[in-house]
Write a protein that binds this ligand. Structure first.
Ligand SMILES: [Ca+2]
Ligand SMILES: [Ca+2]
Length: 191
């Protein structure tokens, strides 16, 4: 009975319930593969309720995709990826991946938006990043093609650049024979 109520969407999303927690907009081509296969976005359930993701829309302001249903328990991280096969090959099994219908949102390597909408068009969460987020004195960010993702530091905080930083647990060198780990998809952030 409870399950049926959740699936029918009677648990309404409130502000801050569902958070865009990590973005891989410019995967390291040399080790991970190209952008068309290896971009991904992570969501975190910050509410105390199980949330139904079916019908939510993810957009960058141009393309859009619709999430397939997944009952997301409190504290769970899930990933939407451009190419499930390529993602699983790179990161291994065991990561909670949610399927989608539509067109992959193609995250620009200069800057773009990641917007989650409810089925009725209300914004659930929104991030508008640039490739300068996390940049060093030379203007280069590790998240801009050098292996890091962008991670949100305080998951209950805002979405300005002061709350987003390059992940710290990524393969430092393509000569490293260790497992490739770029960002923390499906897991708590490294920051
Ligand atoms: Ca990209
Ligand atoms: Ca993460």
């Amino acid at each position: 009975m409870i399950q049926a109520l959740l699936i029918s969407g009677l648990v309404a999303l409130g502000p801050g319930d569902l958070v865009v927690s990590e973005i891989m907009y410019n995967p390291d081509g040399a080790t991970l593969g190209d952008d068309n296969n290896m971009e991904w976005v992570e969501l975190y359930n910050a509410s105390g309720e199980t949330l139904s993701l079916g019908g939510l829309m993810l957009s960058d302001g141009n393309n859009q995709l619709f999430l397939q249903n997944h009952l997301m328990v409190p504290g769970e991280y899930v990933v939407f990826c451009a190419n499930t096969g390529a993602f699983t090959e790179a990161y291994g099994p065991g990561i909670s991946i949610v399927g989608w219908d539509g067109t992959w949102i193609k995250l620009s390597n200069q800057g773009d938006s990641v917007i989650i909408y409810t089925a009725t068009g209300e914004v659930v969460d929104e991030v508008s990043y640039s490739d300068q987020w996390g940049a060093d004195d030379d203007g280069r960010s590790p998240a801009d093609g050098d292996g890091s993702s962008l991670e949100k530091l305080d998951l209950s905080g805002g979405s300005s650049r002061y709350n987003w930083f390059p992940s710290i647990d990524y393969a430092g060198s393509i000569l490293d024979d260790g497992p490739v780990c770029h960002g923390t998809p499906g897991m708590p952030n490294s920051l």
